[in-house]
Design a binder for this molecule. Structure first.
Ligand code: F58
Length: 836
C-alpha cells in the first residue's frame, strides 16, 4: 500500500496567515486541518510547526487506531500462541515518520503540509524522541517490535512508562551535564487505559496455612499496595495492517481506603507522601549502560513491571478457559536480559499459591514458557540482588527462589556427585556477605532457551560465564540469534534517497520486507550513472550533517573530508579513548609535516557522540578530553581543514538517523570479546559507510557477509585478550606503545588544558594494567587508519566497496531475527491478515 497515488499540489504554497482553500481529495490534509481546528482548538492563522506536528500526528493516529483495534480483535478471535517481549527499555525514537511510512500516505501528507506552508521535515522534527532506553538493548527491543508487527506475529511488548527517559546531555565547558528528559506532554502516541489496573504488592510477610484439602499453602500478607495503570502504544507493521500493542505500566498510589483514611484523619502530608512514593517507581529510567548498581528502587521497578505484565498475560490466558498445561502452547515470554527475571518467580507463585497447582506441574509450565536473551559477558553488568533486600521487599519470592535453587542443586548433585565446587559455582545464591541472588542463573534455570546476540558472543557465554550450565543441561539449551536492525527505519526513513535509488534499480521496494533482495545491487557496481548517484547521495547526507554541525557547534567542516564517526554510549570497553588518542596522534603527525607532505594528507572530520552514565567518572573524563582536543585542533589555523574534531551533543535515535547515512567510516573498536553484538555497525554499513573495527561481536559476521576486503579490521583477537591482561599485571615489564607514549607526552604537556584533568586516562594504561588493551592495539589501529586514508584516495574503489557492502547486508534485518526467534525459541506462527 505504499504506492498510493499522490495528489499534485493544486495551488502555490500559501504565505503564513493567508486564507487557504483545501482540495477535497487530500485526506491527510483535510484530517490534519480538522484536528488543528477542533482537537487542538487552534486557528490556521496561528498554526505553528508544533501545532502542524500535532495535527499531522493525530490524523495518522486515527488511521492506526482502526487497524490496531482490528488487529487485537483478530488476535483474540484467533486465539493462537502469542509472544510477550518483556523489556525494561524501548528506545523508540520518533513515531510520526514511521506511522506515515506504514500507513503509506507520506507523500500526500508532504503535499498537504506544503500547502499550509510547512516543510514535512521540519514538522517531523518537532517530535520529542521517546527515549525509554540507554542504548543497544533498548533500541533492539524497538527494532524487534517493528519486525514482529511487519511479519504479522501476534506479539505484545511490555515495559515501564518512565516519566523521564534517558537524560538530555549538555556539554558545558567541555563537561557533560545531565538535564531531565520530561517527554510526556502532548504525546499523541500513548493511550491511557485507566480501566486496566493491577494492584502490586511490596513488603509484608508470608503466612502458612492449611487449605481445605489439607495442603499447606502460602499467602503473602500485610503488603503495601501500589497500582499499575496501563498505557498502550500502537506498533504498526510495514506493508501490513497488523498493528500490535506495546503496553507500558505507570505507577500510582492505590486508590484503596488506606489513603482515604489518612486523609480523613487529617494526615494530609503523609497521604501525599504515599502518593509520591508510589509514583516514584515509574519516574525515571536508570541511566547506566552495562552496569548494575543494585538499588532498591530498581528492584521495585522490575517487580512492579513483571507482576503487572504477568497478571495481564494470565488474565488473557484464563479467558480462553484452557487447562493450565496448555499455557506454554498459548504463551511465549521473552526476557530481554535478566531485568525481567522476577517474572519467572512470579508465574511460579501465581500457579502454586493462587491457582493451587503442584510445584512440579507449575515449574514445568514456567520453564516451557520463558526464553532468556543475554546481552553481555561483562561481570559488572550481570545482575545480582542482595538476599536481605529481596527478603524485605518480596518475601514470598525469596522463598520460591530458595526452593527453585534447592531442587536444581539436587539435580546437579545427582549428575555430578561430590563436586561441591560445581554446586557453589552454579547455585542461584552466591555465598557472599551479604548473600546475593544471581539473576542470570535464575533466568537460565527458569527458561527453556538461552540465547546470545552474535555468534562470537553466544560461543563466549557457553565457554565462560555459563560453561557449567552447558555441562548440566547440554548444549541445546543455548543458542545464537544474531542481532539485526529494521530496514524501514534505518534505510528507508533515515536515508530516503538511497532507498529510492535502490528501489529504482531493483524495480520496487520489496527489499524493505526482504532485505536479502539487496544482493541484486551487485550487478550494478560498475554502472557509472548508478555510482555517481550513489556518491551524490552520500555527499548530500554529509552536507546535511555538516550544516547541523555548523548550527550546533559553530565549527565549519569540509563536507568533502573523510567523515569518521563513533557514536554510541561512552564506555571504556567501547574504547572512545583509543579513538581520541588516535586523533591526537594524527594531529601531532600533521603538525610535524612539511607543507609538501601536507598536500598528501586526506582531510578528516572525527565525529564523536554519546552519553556517559552520570556516575561513570572515567567515561565523563573521555568526553572532556574529546571536547578539549576539539577546541585545540579546530582552532589551529595551521591544521585547517586537514583535521577537525566534533562532539555532537545529546546523541539519540533521531540524531542517529541523520548521522549514520553521513559517515564514510565508522568505528566499532571494542576490546575483542567485550561487545556482545553492536547494532550501529549494521546501521552504518546499510547506509553505505565502511567500518573500522575489531574482531568482536557482529563485526565478525558483517565481515563474513560483506567480505574481508570491504572492512578494516585490526587488533587483538578475543582468544588472546586474557593472556595479555595477565602479562600486563604479572609480566616482567610493561612497555607502552611508542607512538601512544608521544600522545601521552602531549597530554601531559598540557596541550589540551590541565593535564591533571586527564591523568586517570593515561594512568589506566600506564599504571593500572591497561585492562582494555589500548596500548596493545594502538599500533595496529593507527596503521589501519593509514590504510583507510589510502583507500579513500581511490574514490572509485571506495564506492565499489560501499555498494558491494550494502548489497550483502541482507542478513542483518530484524525480520530474519524475528523469524529465528519464532522458529527456534517461541514456536509461534504469524497470523495472516485477511483470514478474518
Ligand atoms: C547491548 N547491551 C550490548 N545493555 O552492549 C550490545 O553489544 C548489543 O548489541 C545490544 O545490547 C543488543 O543486543 C546494552 O545495551 C544495557 O544498556 C543495559 C541497560 C541496563 C543495565 C545493564 C546494561
Amino acid at each position: 500500500h505504499l504506492n498510493l497515488p499522490t495528489r499534485k499540489s493544486s495551488r502555490q504554497v500559501p504565505m503564513f496567515g493567508r486564507s487557504v482553500e483545501f482540495p477535497a481529495d487530500s485526506l491527510p490534509q483535510k484530517e490534519l486541518v480538522r484536528h488543528i481546528e477542533t482537537t487542538l482548538a487552534r486557528s490556521l492563522y496561528n498554526c505553528d510547526e508544533n501545532a502542524a506536528y500535532s495535527g499531522t500526528a493525530l490524523a495518522f493516529r486515527d488511521r492506526l487506531i482502526i487497524e490496531w483495534n482490528k488487529t487485537q480483535q483478530r488476535q483474540t478471535f484467533n486465539d493462537q500462541k502469542r509472544v510477550y517481549y518483556l523489556s525494561l527499555e524501548f528506545l523508540m525514537g520518533r513515531a510520526l515518520d514511521n506511522a506515515m511510512l506504514n500507513v503509506g500516505l507520506k507523500d500526500a501528507a508532504r503535499d498537504g503540509l506544503k500547502d499550509l506552508g510547512f516543510r514535512i521535515e521540519d514538522v517531523i522534527g518537532q517530535e520529542h524522541d521517546a527515549a525509554l532506553g540507554n542504548g543497544g538493548l533498548g533500541r533492539l527491543a524497538a527494532c524487534l517490535l517493528d519486525s514482529m508487527a511487519t511479519l504479522n506475529y501476534p506479539a505484545w511488548g511490555y515495559g515501564l512508562r518512565y516519566r523521564y527517559g534517558i537524560f538530555k546531555q549538555e556539554i558545558v565547558n567541555g563537561y557533560q551535564m545531565e538535564v531531565p528528559d520530561y517527554w510526556l506532554d502532548n504525546n499523541p502516541w500513548e493511550f491511557p487505559r485507566h480501566e486496566i489496573t493491577v494492584d502490586i504488592q511490596f513488603y509484608g510477610c508470608v503466612r502458612k496455612y492449611q487449605a481445605e484439602n489439607g495442603k499447606i499453602m502460602h499467602s503473602w500478607e500485610d503488603a503495601e499496595i501500589v497500582q499499575a495503570v496501563a498505557y498502550d502504544v500502537p506498533i504498526p507493521g510495514y506493508g501490513t495492517k497488523t498493528t500490535n500493542n506495546l503496553r507500558l505500566w505507570s505507577s500510582k498510589a492505590s486508590s484503596g481506603e488506606f489513603d482515604f483514611q489518612k486523609f480523613n484523619a487529617g494526615d494530609y502530608e503523609s497521604a501525599v507522601a504515599d502518593e509520591q512514593r508510589a509514583e516514584t517507581i515509574s519516574a525515571v529510567l536508570y541511566p547506566n549502560d552495562n552496569l548494575e548498581r543494585g538499588k532498591e528502587l530498581r528492584l521495585k521497578q522490575q517487580y512492579f513491571w513483571c507482576a503487572a505484565s504477568l497478571y495481564d498475560i494470565v488474565r488473557r490466558f484464563k479467558k480462553s478457559k484452557r487447562a493450565w498445561s496448555e499455557f506454554p502452547d498459548q504463551v511465549a515470554i521473552q526476557l530481554n536480559d535478566t531485568h525481567p527475571t522476577l517474572a519467572i518467580v512470579e508465574l511460579q507463585r501465581i500457579l502454586i499459591d493462587t491457582e493451587g497447582l503442584e510445584w512440579d506441574e507449575a515449574w514445568n509450565i514456567v520453564t516451557k514458557s520463558f526464553g532468556y536473551t543475554n546481552h553481555t559477558v561483562l561481570p559488572e553488568a550481570l545482575e545480582k540482588w542482595s538476599v536481605p533486600l529481596l527478603q524485605n521487599l518480596l518475601p514470598r519470592h525469596l522463598q520460591i527462589i530458595y526452593d527453585v535453587n534447592l531442587y536444581f542443586l539436587q539435580i546437579v548433585e545427582k549428575r555430578f556427585p561430590n563436586d561441591r565446587e560445581m554446586l557453589s559455582r552454579v547455585s542461584i545464591i552466591e555465598e557472599s556477605h551479604p548473600k546475593m541472588v544471581r539473576m542470570a542463573h535464575l533466568a537460565i534455570i527458569g527458561s527453556h532457551k538461552v540465547n546470545g546476540v552474535a555468534e562470537l558472543h553466544s560461543d563466549l557465554i557457553k565457554t565462560t560465564i555459563f560453561k557449567d550450565f552447558v555441562e548440566i543441561y547440554g548444549p541445546d539449551r543455548f543458542t545464537n540469534v544474531t542481532n539485526g536492525i529494521t530496514p524501514r527505519r534505518w534505510l528507508h526513513q533515515a536515508n530516503p534517497r538511497l532507498s529510492a535509488l535502490i528501489a529504482e534499480k531493483l524495480g520496487g521496494y520489496e527489499f524493505l520486507t526482504d532485505l536479502t533482495l539487496l544482493d541484486k545491487l551487485e550487478a550494478f557496481v560498475d554502472d557509472k550513472k548508478f555510482r555517481t548517484e550513489w556518491a551524490e547521495i552520500k555527499s548530500a547526507n554529509k552536507l546535511r550533517l555538516a550544516r547541523y554541525i555548523k548550527e550546533t557547534t559553530g565549527f565549519s567542516v569540509n563536507p568533502d573530508a573523510l567523515f569518521d564517526v563513533q557514536v554510541k554510549r561512552i564506555h571504556e570497553y567501547k574504547r572512545q579513548q583509543l579513538n581520541i588518542f588516535g586523533v591526537i596522534h594524527r594531529y601531532l603527525t600533521i603538525k610535524a609535516m612539511s607543507a609538501e607532505e601536507r598536500k598528501k594528507v586526506v582531510p578528516r572530520v572525527s565525529i564523536f557522540g554519546g552519553k556517559a552514565a552520570p556516575g561513570y567518572w572515567m567515561a565523563k573524563t573521555v568526553i572532556h578530553l574529546i571536547n578539549k582536543v576539539s577546541f585545540v585542533v579546530n582552532n589551529d589555523a595551521d591544521v585547517g581543514d586537514l583535521l577537525k574534531v566534533i562532539f555532537i551533543e545529546d546523541y539519540n535515535v533521531s540524531k542517529a538517523e541523520m548521522i549514520c547515512p553521513a559517515s564514510d567510516l565508522s568505528e566499532h573498536i571494542s576490546t575483542a570479546g567485550t561487545e556482545a553484538s553492536g547494532t550501529s555497525n549494521m546501521k552504518f554499513v546499510l547506509s553505505g559507510g565502511l567500518i573500522i573495527g575489531t574482531c568482536d561481536g557482529a563485526n565478525i559476521e558483517i565481515t563474513r557477509e560483506i567480505g574481508e576486503q570491504n572492512i578494516f579490521l585490526f587488533g587483538t583477537l578475543a582468544e588472546d585478550v586474557e593472556e595479555l591482561r595477565h602479562r600486563h599485571v604479572y609480566g616482567q615489564t610493561f612497555q607502552i606503545d611508542s607512538q601512544l607514549a608521544k600522545v601521552f607526552e602531549a597530554i601531559k604537556g598540557n596541550m589540551f588544558g590541565d593535564a591533571g584533568d586527564f591523568s586517570a586516562l593515561t594512568a589506566s594504561v600506564e599504571q593500572h594494567g591497561d585492562f582494555y588493551l589500548v596500548s596493545d592495539d594502538f599500533n595496529s589501529y593507527v596503521t589501519t587508519h593509514e590504510m583507510v586514508d589510502e583507500a579513500f584516495k581511490n574514490r572509485e574503489e571506495w564506492l565499489a566497496k560501499s555498494i558491494t557492502s550494502v548489497a550483502r547486508m541482507g542478513f542483518f534485518s530484524t525480520d530474519r531475527v524475528i523469524n529465528e526467534y519464532a522458529d527456534s525459541i517461541w514456536n509461534v506462527e504469524p497470523l495472516e491478515v485477511g483470514k478474518d
